[in-house]
Design a protein around this ligand. Structure first.
Ligand SMILES: Nc1ncnc2c1ncn2[C@@H]1O[C@H](COP(=O)(O)OP(=O)(O)OP(=O)(O)O)[C@@H](O)[C@H]1O
Ligand SMILES: Nc1ncnc2c1ncn2[C@@H]1O[C@H](COP(=O)(O)OP(=O)(O)OP(=O)(O)O)[C@@H](O)[C@H]1O
Ligand SMILES: [Mg+2]
Ligand SMILES: [Mg+2]
Lengths: 257, 257
């Protein structure tokens, strides 16, 4: 889930999509790659009791590149049936200075994930609101990107920068990187602004725009307070239904891969 | 305007408060310190035509510390009566690597502002959604911080990290730094979650919480599309009225300083 614009629904989409995939029987790994650690608390983990985080993975792999074997699975926590989580806490903000001098600093996350490829059908990674080294690592490690987007003027502004960054990463680091899907979030169909922005997004991205629209729905913002995803806690809410629909759409898009 | 949580209304508050102050006759400078450059486009500037940006200020002052005299005023643009703007474009993302090796990397913005102190009554700075070196520079250069905040669960999570960072900056860089005001944005008084979060924020911050509540109001998100602030374009909208009220509250709080 990438988008440097803040507050567009990256974490909410990562949490509800990964849980939706797990409920459909897919073995799913969710990686929280944001120092805010919202995806971690979205599943109710108590950050003071967590033994290991994504920061430890970056640290071990930067110091001893031959170690990839066990560090990722050491910090992985099973949170629901078919759903594992690699948590993040504030110490992840320390990854940026740590990585800057490492050889191949953009490939560390890819290195770490190489040992778990057979263990999971899906790996979902939640990004911070920036295009710094953590997001570059995510782009280096991903087959495809999902871009959550609000239908707001400022949200359009950031798209050209996001595309530019993706192009550079594709050219220099990960030749198969592409935007698989743009997901419109907090959609209020009655608003003129929403209609205008939706038109622009369709012109810009064509059929990459998900057919599922995620409406603004208070249940989606209430669920994290209970440490649960909305698809689990409020399954018949409009928000949860939209994320279940999105899960089916994503499964259909990638069927056979 | 600082808060590492994304999408909480930092830019919307920076744009409408700075214009409100200018309309009240205060000589105001708005500095866009976010590589997304939303405050810059919020006043309708065409980024392809901008001659100089905040990045140039950082670059000149990192290379030749004796230069502070003219660089800031060289890039400053007058956008409305009593309101000047230091614009930002994507190149500001290049400030982070540039600053990391500079001596006193946290004081560059303060250096730059030292020459304009007599020219303005108010300087408002819009921060990016992170606690990196740009936000640290803002904290180093500020007398007081305004923290825009949404009444959402994830918004509460980030507060302890923000406070920790402010404490470190106060101890090592800027002894007079403090949170002047917390502004609740996109408030929907009918929602239970909003009430709960508002209670927590009042417990946490006491009377630092602004009495003015900024309601969710579509005019606030429509205005940037026209390159105008809402206080100018939709002066009788609920959103603009709230920001005018906030302007009065801020003026009263700081009267006599
Ligand atoms: N469809 C929705 N309806 C209502 N509220 C939503 C919806 N999606 C997300 N939210 C709420 O909006 C806020 C922003 O969403 P979220 O934190 O998922 O965005 P983000 O892009 O991950 O933010 P950041 O840039 O800070 O990482 C959260 O408080 C969340 O609960
Ligand atoms: N009170 C409000 N009512 C309705 N919409 C609002 C309100 N305040 C802000 N918005 C809209 O919500 C979105 C997020 O606001 P804004 O961009 O100001 O937040 P930010 O904290 O500056 O985000 P970032 O973290 O990306 O810098 C914008 O599209 C803006 O137009
Ligand atoms: Mg997030
Ligand atoms: Mg902003």
């Amino acid at each position: 889930m990438v988008n440097q614009k803040g507050g567009v629904g990256k974490t909410t989409t990562a949490v509800n999509l990964s849980h939706g995939l797990a409920q459909s029987g897919m073995r799913t790994l969710l990686i929280d790659c944001d120092p805010q650690g919202n995806a971690t608390s979205g599943f109710g983990l108590d950050k003071s009791k967590i033994k290991g985080t994504l920061f430890d993975v970056f640290k071990v792999l930067t110091d001893n590149p031959d170690e990839p074997d066990s560090i990722l699975s050491d910090v992985t926590v099973n949170v629901r049936e078919n759903l594992d989580l690699v948590p993040a806490t504030l110490d992840l903000a320390g990854a940026e200075p740590l990585l800057l001098n490492a050889v191949g600093k953009e490939m560390i996350l890819r290195d770490a994930l190489s040992v778990v490829e057979d263990k999971y059908d899906w790996v979902i990674i939640d990004a911070p609101p920036s295009l710094g080294i953590l997001t570059i690592n995510i782009m280096g490690a991903s087959n495809g990107l999902i871009v959550p987007m609000q239908c707001e003027f400022y949200a359009l502004e950031g798209l050209s920068q996001l595309i530019k960054t993706i192009d550079i990463v594709r050219r220099r680091i990960n030749p198969s990187l592409l935007i698989e899907m743009v997901v419109l979030t907090m959609v209020d169909q009655r608003s003129k602004l929403t209609q205008q922005v939706m038109e622009e997004v369709h012109t810009f991205f064509g059929d990459k725009v998900a057919k599922t629209l995620v409406p603004r729905n208070v249940r989606l913002s209430e669920a994290p307070g209970h440490g649960e995803s909305a698809v689990e806690l409020f399954p018949s809410s409009k928000g949860a239904m939209a994320y279940k629909e999105l899960t089916d759409e994503v499964l259909k898009l990638c069927a056979g891969r």
